[in-house]
Structures are given as C-alpha cells and as structure tokens.
Design a protein around this ligand. Structure first.
Ligand code: GLU
Ligand code: ZN
Length: 297
C-alpha cells in the first residue's frame, strides 16, 4: 500500500514551487495506485497568514487535485506531539534547556548546517529556574544515511552537522521536525515526495523515527524552483501566488520543470487532458537529480 502526502504551511498562497511539490507527490501516489493526503502544517501560528489555509485548498481544487481523507491540521494534533515527547522523555533521550539565543551564540564554537551547534550546556549544568523551557534531543556522532529516489545516497552526522536540536520551543510550540515525524507515522505515510529544501532535515527526521520506533518512509526530494538570485521561491522572496486562471499553462510548466515532456500542443489543452497525459506518462526517473533549478520570473 502506498500513502503519500502534500504538507503545505499556510504562510501564504501556493506559488509555483509548492505547485511543483504537489504535482510530484500526487502523480507519484496516483501512478502507484496510492492514496494522497493533504496535511496543513499550521503549527507555527505566529507565522501563519490568516485565510491562507483555505486559499491553498481552493487553489488545489482549481487545479483538479483530489485528496483522499479529510485534511489534517497540525494545530489540532498537539496531543500526539506531546505523547511522542513524553515517550522520548521516558527513554531519557531529551532534556530541558533554558539557554537564550545569545547564550548559545556566546558559548558555541562550532557551526553546523543549520547555524550554531548547541554545546549541550543544559545537559551538564543545572537549568535556570523561572525561565521558559525548551526541550532538546540528545544526538551523538553516528551517521544517518538513506537512499533518496531522486537525490541518491544522502549521509549526515547529526551530532556534528546539527547537534542537539529542539523538539519543543520555549514558547510552547512543537518543532516542525517532531510534528512531521509523528504525523507521517500516525497517518501511515509510506512515501514522501517533497522539495529538496527539506533534504537537510530528513536525517533528523529519520533519527527521530528510530528513537520513537517508527518505520522510515521512502523519500524523494524534487528540485526546488529558485529565482535568478538563487533564492528559493517563497513568500519571503516575493514569489508570485499562482494564478488559477491559467491552470493548464502552470500544470504544463510544473510537469516540464519535473523533467516530464508533455507535448507542447497540450499547453492549452483542457486541464483534464493534461492530467490524463501526466498520469499516463509520469516517470520519477526523469526528474533531474539536482536540488534547485532557476526559473525565469
Ligand atoms: N510544511 C513544509 C513546507 O511547506 C513541508 C513539510 C514536509 O513536506 O515535510 O515547507
Ligand atoms: Zn541550554
């Protein structure tokens, strides 16, 4: 059984980059006779844009996407994340941390792929009282590796490359890394197709799956669309929201971006015709093995 998913964050409307991830995960699931779920990653309420979740679902509908099952909202699933955190606590794999960002900056000497490596201060010294607590997971220097269906062999040493990372923030929010791992496991996700901007996060997620006794899904990281400055298309880089009036053209562009070769005559074909072509000809093997592709804006 194949269960795939698309997991947008409602920090703005869909843009071309997120459409690409939706198309890839959908085509891969449907050509494997699988289910395709949509999960709204709305944990980070401070970063959420009001109405964006509904806008995204309407955009997906306008493109003709159909999802199996009801949409899951991370904001309603905190109990699941708390359970997982408790489980890790019972296994003595996590510890509270009261360091401020400045204290970490002043005490850390090593940089990893995601900023400074936390020097484990609170693991070895008493934490401050009356200070909000974040929870970190202990990491060591063993390697995590996996075979990605597009990017091939990926290897990371979590201890050296990332360090003891946060699972619950001092402001009480569960971290993306924990929530995504719990949700993928609880929802029975077997295959994850998403943007290569998350490739660096995958070893952390596999590490968490191992500590929580979850199985590891198969991963495929598609290239992300970047602008001429090499910046990933995102709300921050002012990517244009996709225009649902030109769905066929955009679906055509997304398929080309993914290395598929729809006949140019299909550019203006009805959306259904293009979807039919896509599902008949979809080949994950023709997606370029690269992390980003620059597109003209
Ligand atoms: N919510 C994440 C994003 O929009 C995607 C998470 C994932 O696919 O694992 O970047
Ligand atoms: Zn600390």
């Amino acid at each position: 059984m194949y269960v795939g998913r698309f997991a947008p964050s409602p920090t703005g409307p869909l843009h071309f980059g997120s459409l690409v991830a939706a198309v890839a995960s959908f085509c891969e699931a449907k050509t494997k006779q699988g289910k395709w779920l949509v999960r709204m990653e709305d944990l980070d309420k401070p970063r959420e844009i009001k109405g964006a979740a509904d806008t995204i679902l309407h955009q997906l509908e306008a493109f003709g996407f159909e999802w199996d099952d009801t949409v899951a909202y991370q904001s309603q699933r905190s109990a699941l994340y708390a359970d997982a955190l408790n489980q890790l606590n019972h296994k003595q794999l996590i510890y509270p941390c009261t360091c401020t960002r400045k204290e970490v900056a002043d005490s850390s000497t090593a940089f990893g792929i995601d900023g400074r490596i936390y020097p484990k201060t609170c693991l070895y010294h008493p934490i401050k009282s009356d200070t909000a607590i974040a929870w970190r997971i202990k990491t060591d220097n063993s390697a995590v590796s996996f075979h990605d269906d597009i990017q091939q062999l990926i290897q990371q040493n979590i201890g050296q490359d990332v360090g003891d990372f946060i699972l619950k923030r001092a402001d009480g929010l569960f971290a993306y890394q924990l929530a995504v791992v719990v949700d993928d496991a609880v929802q029975g996700i077997t295959h994850i197709v998403r943007g290569a901007d998350l490739l660096d996060s995958t070893p952390r997620q596999i590490y968490l799956q191992q500590q929580l006794g979850f199985s590891t899904p198969q991963y495929a990281h598609v290239p992300v669309a970047a602008n001429a400055n090499g910046e990933k298309l995102s709300k921050q880089t002012l990517a244009k929201p996709i225009d649902t009036a030109t769905t066929s053209q955009l679906l055509y562009d997304a398929l080309c971006f993914l290395g598929q070769q729809p006949p140019s005559s299909s550019k203006n074909a009805p959306l259904n015709t293009l979807w039919q072509w896509a599902l008949e000809h979809w080949a994950i093997s023709t997606i370029p093995q690269t992390k980003q592709i620059i597109i003209a804006s």
